[in-house]
Design a protein around this ligand. Structure first.
Ligand SMILES: NC(=O)c1ccc[n+]([C@@H]2O[C@H](COP(=O)([O-])OP(=O)(O)OC[C@H]3O[C@@H](n4cnc5c(N)ncnc54)[C@H](OP(=O)(O)O)[C@@H]3O)[C@@H](O)[C@H]2O)c1
Ligand SMILES: *[C@@H]1O[C@H](CO)[C@@H](O)[C@H](O)[C@H]1NC(C)=O
Ligand SMILES: *[C@@H]1O[C@H](CO)[C@@H](O)[C@H](O)[C@H]1NC(C)=O
Length: 378
């Protein structure tokens, strides 16, 4: 006797074949329902509590929890900070210092593709034109981007500020900057690269007033400072400012973590931006092989660079990693909150050695004083 619908079909018995097929489908449905019922029963039997305990213990095992405390893995790092103007500045930017002609454009293209919306440039980097072209080619609307540039030392005289800004605007191919910084608290005489303008170095207020005017003219949305120590910030902000500095961009990295400046800035509502966050070209290797950094990276399953960049944002600063290597550009945007005990461990390790700057042009500019330590009179 034929057994299944195929044999019945082959035997030419269509009606019976259809019946047989229906029977089988019905049986399969019953099997399915029964199976799901059994699974539900099994879960109820094992108990949700047991399941939860299992997940928790395997999680702790994965992260080799040494201290027995609870780690909170739902903490998220901010993607933006709010400035006094109300504008939202993205917390991670692509830095483009020392990104040379021919490599800076592709780096910006890679960054925009990876999701960066913040580029940290400067007139002095001599690459604003190529950066501007890459931005234009990306087709990303201007108002979705955050562009920062910086006023060079030779243009601090109020009558020179607007022309320098216009030059950056035209090179970047934009009508306005989101942020314009006084690059250094050092003013050189126009056309000179080492002749100090003593008055404008001692008191940058006239330069600042001109920058305030640029805000009112709509050429920049926010203005800020860079490389200012606490005394210099206090000196500037002791004036009746129309606009407070939106940020102070300073060197912050494992070798020069500046906890006092960070605490002072936080108390005074001044956002810091971490430049040379990886230790710049000449220290990046050492930074990424610090034992604590490697250990935390291993524990969290992220890279040493991601540990450092995340640490900066967790300290409450904007971070400006520079890379012209597409894979690194991508890597540097992926930040993760470090569990509190690991964050504290890294913070302690960074503070455990005498601070050492990577960037200090005081000597090469022939200043005769350390611009980070001194204030008027030099
Ligand atoms: N306001 C100021 O006076 C001032 C001063 C200095 C810097 N800055 C700003 O801060 C930005 C960053 O500082 P920085 O350029 O001095 O140094 P940085 O970002 O600390 O380090 C850049 C170096 O790290 C390498 N690197 C980047 N990501 C990496 C990764 N995931 N793995 C391994 N190596 C990696 C880069 O190599 P590759 O590029 O070859 O990949 C480059 O050699 C500057 O570009 C600039 O925008 C401002
Ligand atoms: C974990 O962090 C999240 C986000 O900050 C917070 O809402 C939550 O209350 C925290 N949980 C514990 C147990 O601390
Ligand atoms: C800032 O310092 C300079 C130099 O000492 C001084 O002339 C100026 O008055 C100071 N500004 C304020 C507002 O205190």
């Amino acid at each position: 006797m034929p057994r299944d619908q195929y044999e019945l079909l082959a035997a030419g018995d269509d009606d019976k074949a259809l019946d047989e097929l229906e029977n089988r489908l019905r049986f399969n449905r019953v099997k399915k329902v029964l199976f799901h019922f059994l699974v539900v029963l099994a879960i109820m039997f094992a108990g949700f509590k047991g399941l939860k305990a299992y997940i928790k213990s395997s999680g702790q095992w994965l992260h080799k929890q040494p201290c027995g405390g609870q780690r909170n893995y739902s903490v998220r790092l901010p993607s933006h900070y709010q400035l006094p103007s109300g504008h939202q500045i993205p917390s991670v930017a692509l830095g483009v210092w020392k990104a040379t002609p021919g490599e800076v454009g592709p780096a910006v293209t890679a960054a925009l593709k990876a999701g960066y919306r913040h580029i940290d440039d400067a007139w002095a980097y001599r690459n604003e034109e190529e950066v501007g072209k890459a931005i234009k080619d990306s087709g990303i609307p201007r108002d979705e981007l955050w562009l920062t540039s910086k006023l060079w030392n030779t243009f601090h005289a109020p009558e020179d500020v607007e022309e320098a800004l216009d030059d950056s605007l035209s090179k970047l191919g934009t009508e306005y900057l989101d942020l314009y910084l006084i690059h250094w608290p050092i003013a050189f005489k126009k056309g000179s690269n080492n002749e100090l303008d003593v008055a404008l170095t001692a008191d940058p207020y006239p330069t600042w007033q001109k920058l305030e005017e640029m805000v009112d003219k709509g050429k920049v949305r926010n203005i800020g400072i860079s490389n200012f120590n606490i005394a210099r910030v206090k000196n500037l902000t002791a004036n009746p400012l129309k606009y407070q500095p939106a940020v102070n961009q300073v060197e912050l990295n494992f070798w020069n973590p500046q906890p006092e400046l960070l605490a002072w800035a936080r108390e005074n509502g001044l956002l810091l931006e971490a430049y040379s966050p990886l230790g710049s070209n000449n220290q990046v290797k050492e930074t990424l092989s610090v034992p604590e950094v490697k250990e935390i990276a291993g524990e969290l399953g992220i890279t040493p660079a991601q540990v450092i960049i995340s640490w900066h944002v967790q300290r409450g600063t904007v971070v400006l990693p520079k890379s012209v290597t597409p894979s690194r550009v991508q890597e540097n945007l992926q930040i993760t909150a470090l569990p509190e005990d690991l964050f504290d461990k890294l913070e302690a390790a960074a503070a455990a050695h005498p601070p050492k700057r990577v960037v200090n042009p005081s000597q090469s500019w022939g200043l005769g004083f350390d611009l980070f330590e001194d204030e008027w009179p030099y």
